[in-house]
Design a protein around this ligand. Structure first.
Ligand SMILES: *[C@@H]1O[C@H](CO)[C@@H](O)[C@H](O)[C@H]1NC(C)=O
Ligand SMILES: *[C@@H]1O[C@H](CO)[C@@H](O)[C@H](O)[C@H]1NC(C)=O
Ligand SMILES: *[C@@H]1O[C@H](CO)[C@@H](O)[C@H](O)[C@H]1NC(C)=O
Ligand SMILES: *[C@@H]1O[C@H](CO)[C@@H](O)[C@H](O)[C@H]1NC(C)=O
Ligand SMILES: *[C@@H]1O[C@H](CO)[C@@H](O)[C@H](O)[C@H]1NC(C)=O
Ligand SMILES: *[C@@H]1O[C@H](CO)[C@@H](O)[C@H](O)[C@H]1NC(C)=O
Ligand SMILES: *[C@@H]1O[C@H](CO)[C@@H](O)[C@H](O)[C@H]1NC(C)=O
Length: 470
């Protein structure tokens, strides 16, 4: 009893730790960070442009009495934000420094001095605002979160011009309250910045933990570990497991650990383990999409063999005798999860599939036989000019008769025909397509540039530059 429980506990722990290995790893380099910060500059600029400034009121003592003033309805007209300098701060996150920000503000003024009331408008320019902040990156329940634990701002100088009313009278006192305005602005900058970062954080959380890939599958992108910030890069470990949308179960295999090699010259490096790709395979199988019904009219007219009981006579002698001159069709499907494996330089692909043949007799299907096929391929793959290119070879094909409604027959002629069809018709077509290249899968809103793919033991890596899609 005790042993059973210990065993159960061990099993739970083992499956648990296995499920925790990331199937996807990403590294953002210093170059990548610079790119991201470049994108953020525009956004930050628009955030700062929406700062609401509170009214400023005060008094100026002019010996013969006191002028009470009120500056109100202040709004930011313009904000010039120089490119921030960003750097990874080992162990924490990102250090950000903006020097020389300038802000133009318009507003209204009102004064009263005894019974004399006066009013007008003013424009204000704030120069040499410096902002420095530390952004902390964390794993919040699987989502990447960004906090601003440190932020400080300095304001250089303020230039104000008052118009309207007896403002010539007012101007000399500007000096006296420009330091007040400077303080107000300094107080507002960090909260505005923090608010902006909170918005980004909210967006990241709202992205939830899944990417919708197509109508059938999604990928779980929750973080498996805390982000690691090194002095030159940010490393993220991501679940990277695919699930079927209508059949959510764990595949009968688990991820293995791997260490993503990366280079500073790429903005982003991504590593995908065999598990990532095989879980996609499993999810598609469970979604019921890995099957195709092949009808005779889908076979090129010039192809020597057609789905026709008479023509199949030379492969299966009894077939035309039992069912003369009937059209046939075949349902081709993966009978188990197609599995990929990566060895240094090559991708291998193992497919267990079946083909169910039926004859069409007055619109009804007559079951004939099922072939089970065990097929393995090996592929070279690389990225060239942003296209996935490669070359596929068939390594092995085993065909067995799974079941038959028309009695036993020799499988050899069928196997030979199938091998011929695959090597002489199907593979050359596939390889012609692979030579021209297939478009890379992309993430919405982004494009990849200068991408390079490498196949390693147990995983593939892509090193790439990234850009926004305009
Ligand atoms: C802002 O930074 C610049 C350049 O580092 C420096 O010259 C300037 O004095 C700083 N401004 C303030 C208000 O600290
Ligand atoms: C993704 O995986 C994490 C950790 O395994 C899990 O907590 C989360 O519920 C998963 N999300 C989805 C959408 O499957
Ligand atoms: C990511 O996971 C791998 C194991 O697959 C581990 O070696 C590495 O330290 C992890 N990195 C982070 C950032 O947690
Ligand atoms: C999932 O949906 C597909 C069609 O989109 C269907 O063929 C398949 O049988 C469904 N699987 C389950 C388990 O419901
Ligand atoms: C075979 O069937 C086709 C279509 O049903 C028909 O046109 C043709 O005459 C038939 N041939 C023989 C030899 O019965
Ligand atoms: C089957 O093939 C034979 C010979 O090519 C052809 O004469 C016949 O019409 C075909 N039958 C059907 C049903 O297509
Ligand atoms: C082909 O597959 C069969 C059955 O899976 C296996 O016995 C045979 O060794 C394989 N041949 C090669 C060349 O891999």
């Amino acid at each position: 009893m005790y042993k059973m429980r210990l065993l159960a506990l061990l099993l739970v722990t083992v499956t648990h730790t296995h499920a925790n290995y990331p199937a996807l790893q990403a590294v953002l380099s210093q170059n990548g960070l610079r790119k991201v910060s470049h994108w953020m500059t525009d956004w930050l600029q628009s955030k700062l442009s929406t700062i609401k400034l509170p009214d400023v009121r005060g008094d100026v003592d002019i010996k013969i009495g006191t002028i009470h003033y009120l500056l109100y309805d202040m709004s930011v007209q313009r904000c010039d934000l120089p490119e921030p300098s960003v750097a990874f701060s080992e162990g924490t996150g990102v250090a950000l420094q903006v020097d020389g920000l300038s802000i133009a503000i318009n507003g209204l003024w009102k004064t009263h001095f005894g019974l004399i009331h006066d009013s007008g408008w003013f424009s204000l320019a704030v120069y040499n605002v410096n902002l420095s902040a530390v952004l902390e990156l964390d794993n919040n329940d699987g989502c990447l979160s960004i906090l601003t634990p440190v932020c400080s701002a300095d304001v250089g100088y303020v230039q104000a011009n008052f118009h309207g009313g007896g403002s010539f009278f007012f101007q000399p006192f500007v000096e006296m309250f420009s330091s007040k305005i400077t303080d107000k602005i300094r107080e507002k900058i960090c909260p505005a910045f923090k608010k902006g970062i909170e918005d980004v954080d909210g967006h990241l959380a709202a992205m939830s933990d899944a990417i919708n890939m197509d109508p059938y599958v999604f990928m779980n992108i929750s973080l498996t570990d805390s982000p690691i910030v090194m002095d030159s890069a940010l490393r993220l470990n991501i679940t990277g497991e695919f699930y079927s949308k209508n059949f959510s179960s764990e595949p009968p295999f688990s991820p293995s650990p791997f260490q993503l090699p990366w280079q500073n010259k790429y903005m982003l490096s991504v590593g995908m383990s065999e598990f990532c790709i095989n879980s996609a395979s499993y999810a598609y199988l469970k979604s019921g999409v890995l099957k195709i019904l092949i009808k005779d009219d889908m076979i090129p007219k010039t192809f020597p063999l057609h789905l026709n009981t008479s023509q199949f006579g030379f492969l299966i002698p009894q077939l035309p005798k039992l069912y003369p001159n009937l059209t046939m069709q075949t349902l081709l499907y993966a009978s188990e999860t197609p599995l990929f494996s990566f060895t240094e330089t090559a991708a291998n692909f193992h497919l267990l599939s079946a083909a169910k043949f039926t004859a069409i007799k007055s619109d009804a299907e007559v079951p004939l036989f099922r072939l089970d096929m065990d097929c393995s391929f090996s592929a070279k793959a690389y990225i060239d000019k942003q296209l996935l290119k490669g070359f596929l070879v068939m390594k092995n094909l085993t065909v067995t008769l799974g079941s038959s409604d028309i009695g036993d027959f020799s499988i050899t002629p069928i196997k030979n025909t199938l091998t011929l069809a695959l090597t002489k018709v199907v593979l050359p077509k596939v390889n012609a397509q692979l030579k021209d290249g297939l478009p890379l899968p992309f993430v919405k809103g982004f494009i990849l540039r200068n991408s390079v793919m490498n196949i390693e033991n147990g995983f593939v890596t892509i090193g790439t530059d990234i850009d926004l899609l305009h």
